[in-house]
Design a binder for this molecule. Structure first.
Ligand code: GLC
Length: 622
C-alpha cells in the first residue's frame, strides 16, 4: 500500500496535492467544482442537508454522495482519488430525517457501559453508510472540568479512565475490523457498514478557564497528558484514523510557556501526536479554526500546515485557500515534504476506508437498512434507561404503579427538542418541531403509552386541581444549544432556575400539596438545582435522552412482569454542584461523581440549602 501511495503522490501536481488537503462544505461546493479543483474531502455542517432540503431521505443523501464521488474520480489526474465525506453523527446520524437519536455522550457516561457504547457506534456507522458517507467526526474525548462549557454534554465524563474505555469501544465499534484487518493485510479496507472515526478535539478542549468554549486551557503538562490526553490513548490503541484539532489554546502557566492556539501547535501535533504517539492517520482542522492562529486568516494559514495539519476544514473559502497555499509552497514558506506527508496520510486513510476499492454508495434496498431503525430504537431505549441517575427518592415514590392517575407538567415533557438537544437536525438543535422527528416519542407520549390510569398534561401547572392525581411528573429542561451558544459564561451563576425560572414557578404551583412530585431534569450538564430538588419527592437526571422517550418511563414505572421494576443503574459521570457558584473546594459538591441511588441501595436526601447568586459569581469561583 505504501509503495502505491508514494507512486500516486509522485504523479500529482502541486494544485492536485493542495486540492486533496482541502475540505469544503456541501452547500458551498458543487460536484463539478470538486472535480475541477481536485477536492479531497467534503462535509455537511450541523444543519446542512442535500440541496438544503431538511427532510431529505437516505436515498437523497446517497444520490448526492454518488454525484460528488463520481465527479472526484473524473479528473485528468494520473490516478483518480475519491473524495471522502465527513459528518457530525455524534448521537446517531443526527442530520438524517426520521433517524433514531441516541442519548448524548454525557448520558452514555452515566450508563458506565462501554459495550453499549460500542454497539451504538456500530449502529451509527451503519446508518451513516446507508447514506453514502464513510467518516464520522466522533468520538469527542473531552474530559470536561467545568459544566459552564456549552459542549459539556458532548463529553462522556470528567473521569479520564472512563473516557479512555469509551474511546476504545466507540472507535472499534465505528471502524469495525479496520485495524485487525490492517494488522493482517495492510490496506485491507474496513467493512461496508463501518465508518472512519475522529478523535476530537485534540487536545484539552474540555479544560478551558471557566469552561469558555474555544478558550484557554491552563493545565500543566502532566494534567494535559493525564487528564485531557487519556482518551487519545484509547482511541489510538483502537486504530482511530483521524484526529481533529481543538479550537482551544494551551497556556502551560506552570512552565511559563504559552503555546497559543492548538491549530498552530507543532510540538503537540507533529512531535507528540505523529512522532511520540506514532499516529499515522490524518489530522483535520476544525471549522474555519485556522483563522484563530496568530497571523492567520480564514483561508490562509501556513503556520497550521507547518504545525502538522493535513486536511483543512475551510467550508466556504476553499478556492482562496488553495490558491494561497499553492503560493506558500512555491515561495518556500511550506516545504513540499510537509505537503507530501499530508497527502500521503490522506491517501493512506482513504485506502484503509475502502474508498479506492469501490464506491461508498451501498445498495439502498438491503434489508438490514430497513429494520436498522428498529434495532436502533431498541438500543437507544436501552441506553436511555441505563443513563438515568436517581438523585432522590423519598418515601419510595418511585417506581410508579402503571394504574396511577398522573399529572404531567413542563414543556420538556412535550417538546422533542428538549430531549434531543444540540446537533439534532440542525446545528443548535433549535428551529425544529415535532414534524422534524416523526419517529420520536416524547416523555409525555411515553407516559401515555405506559400508564393505564388517567394522564393529563399542563405545560406550567396553572389552574390544575392536583388533588385529583396520585402523582405529578414534572419535566424541567434546558433549551437546546451547541458549542459557544451553550456556555454559561462566568460570572453568571450555574443555578438552573436563574436561566429557566418557569421550571421553578411550575414546581411552586404543583408541589407541597400532598401529591408526590417526581421531577425529571433534561439538561446537557450538571446544574445547581437545590430549589427544584427540595420541591420534589423524587428527582431523576435524564440528561439529553434523544428520540426514545420510553427509555425514561422504563426507568420510572413498575414493568409488566409481576410488579418487578428495572432498577436504576446510572451513576453521575460528573460531580453535581451544590452551590450556584461552585469553587474548587469539595464543599461545592452536592453529589460526587459515581453517585446514583437504586431501589436496593437508597439513602435519604433532606432539605437542601437554597442560596441564589442573582448578581453572579465572585472571582475565585470556577
Ligand atoms: C464544529 C465543531 C466540530 C465539528 C465541526 C464540523 O465547529 O467544533 O466538533 O466536527 O465544526 O461540524
Amino acid at each position: 500500500m505504501e509503495q502505491r501511495i508514494a507512486a500516486i503522490v509522485a504523479g500529482m501536481t502541486l494544485e492536485q496535492k493542495i486540492g486533496q488537503m482541502t475540505q469544503a462544505e456541501i452547500s458551498s461546493i458543487t460536484p463539478e467544482q470538486v472535480r475541477k479543483h481536485y477536492i479531497g474531502s467534503i462535509l455537511n455542517g450541523g444543519g446542512a442537508w442535500p440541496n438544503m432540503v431538511k427532510h431529505s431521505t437516505a436515498a437523497d443523501w446517497s444520490a448526492l454522495s454518488e454525484k460528488f464521488y463520481q465527479a472526484s474520480i473524473s479528473t485528468e489526474m494520473k490516478t483518480q482519488i475519491p473524495v471522502i465525506w465527513g459528518t457530525d453523527a455524534v448521537h446517531g446520524h443526527n442530520n438524517l430525517f426520521g433517524t433514531v437519536l441516541y442519548p448524548h455522550n454525557i448520558a452514555l457516561g452515566a450508563a458506565h457501559d462501554p459495550v453499549l457504547v460500542g454497539k451504538i457506534a456500530n449502529h451509527t456507522a451503519a446508518a451513516v453508510r446507508s447514506t453514502g458517507i464513510t467518516w464520522v467526526f466522533a468520538p469527542t474525548l473531552a474530559v470536561v472540568q467545568n459544566p459552564r462549557w456549552g459542549r459539556t454534554y458532548e463529553s462522556y465524563s470528567s473521569d479520564p479512565q472512563l473516557v479512555r474505555a469509551y474511546a476504545k469501544a466507540y472507535v472499534e465499534g465505528l471502524q469495525g475490523n479496520l485495524m485487525s484487518a490492517n494488522k493482517l493485510r495492510p490496506g485491507q479496507p474496513m467493512g461496508d457498514h463501518s465508518a472512519l472515526a475522529t478523535a476530537k478535539h485534540y487536545i484539552g478542549d474540555g479544560g478551558t478557564f471557566h469552561g469558555a468554549d474555544q478558550g484557554e486551557n491552563r493545565a500543566n503538562q502532566s494534567d494535559l497528558i493525564n487528564i485531557h490526553g487519556v482518551g487519545y490513548f484509547g482511541a489510538l490503541e483502537a486504530g482511530v484514523q483521524t484526529v481533529m484539532i481543538s479550537y482551544s489554546s494551551w497556556n502551560d502557566v506552570a512552565a511559563r510557556k504559552n503555546y497559543g492556539k492548538m491549530h498552530g501547535n507543532r510540538e503537540l501535533i507533529t512531535n507528540v501526536l505523529k512522532g511520540k504517539l506514532g499516529f499515522d492517520g490524518l489530522v483535520v482542522s476544525d471549522w474555519n479554526a485556522i483563522e484563530q492562529v496568530d497571523g492567520c486568516a480564514r483561508a490562509h494559514c501556513p503556520q497550521a500546515i507547518n504545525a502538522g495539519i493535513d486536511l483543512v476544514m475551510v467550508p466556504d473559502d476553499w478556492e482562496q485557500f488553495i490558491s494561497q497555499t499553492v503560493k506558500d509552497v512555491q515561495a518556500g514558506i511550506i516545504p513540499i515534504s510537509r505537503i507530501d506527508d499530508s497527502v500521503t496520510r490522506i491517501l493512506r486513510v482513504k485506502m484503509r476506508s475502502g474508498l479506492f476499492a469501490k464506491s461508498p454508495i451501498l445498495p439502498q434496498a438491503n434489508p438490514a437498512a430497513m429494520n436498522e431503525l428498529d434495532y436502533d430504537r431498541d438500543l437507544a431505549r436501552e441506553a436511555v434507561r441505563k443513563s438515568l441517575v436517581l438523585l432522590k427518592n423519598r418515601k419510595n415514590t418511585l417506581p410508579l404503579k402503571r394504574d396511577s392517575n398522573i399529572l404531567v407538567v413542563g414543556i420538556g415533557a412535550d417538546q422533542i427538542d428538549r430531549q434531543t438537544g444540540g446537533w439534532s437536525m440542525t446545528w443548535q438543535g433549535t428551529e425544529n418541531t415535532a414534524a422534524d422527528f416523526p419517529n420520536a416519542t416524547s416523555i409525555l407520549n411515553a407516559i401515555r403509552q405506559t400508564a393505564t390510569g388517567t394522564v393529563e398534561y399542563s405545560a406550567d401547572g396553572t389552574g390544575v386541581d392536583v388533588s385529583r392525581f396520585d402523582v405529578i411528573i414534572a419535566v424541567a429542561s434546558e433549551a437546546p444549544y451547541a458549542e459557544t451558544k451553550g456556555d454559561v459564561p462566568f460570572p453568571q451563576s450555574l443555578q438552573h432556575s436563574d436561566r429557566y425560572p418557569a421550571d421553578l414557578a411550575m414546581l411552586n404551583r404543583v408541589s407541597g400539596k400532598g401529591v408526590p412530585v417526581v421531577t425529571i431534569l433534561l439538561s446537557g450538564r450538571p446544574t445547581y438545582v437545590n430549589d427544584l430538588i427540595n420541591r420534589s419527592e423524587a428527582f431523576v437526571a435524564a440528561w439529553l435522552p434523544g428520540t426514545e422517550g420510553q427509555g425514561v418511563t422504563d426507568g420510572l414505572f413498575l414493568n409488566n412482569q409481576a410488579n418487578s421494576s428495572q432498577d436504576f443503574q446510572g451513576r453521575l459521570p460528573f460531580d453535581w454542584p451544590g452551590a450556584a457558584c461552585p469553587t474548587a473546594s469539595r464543599s461545592s459538591i452536592l453529589f460526587p461523581r459515581g453517585y446514583g441511588l437504586t431501589y436496593a441501595r437508597s439513602r435519604q436526601v433532606g432539605r437542601l440549602p437554597e442560596k441564589r447568586a442573582p448578581d453572579g459569581c465572585a472571582i475565585g469561583a470556577n
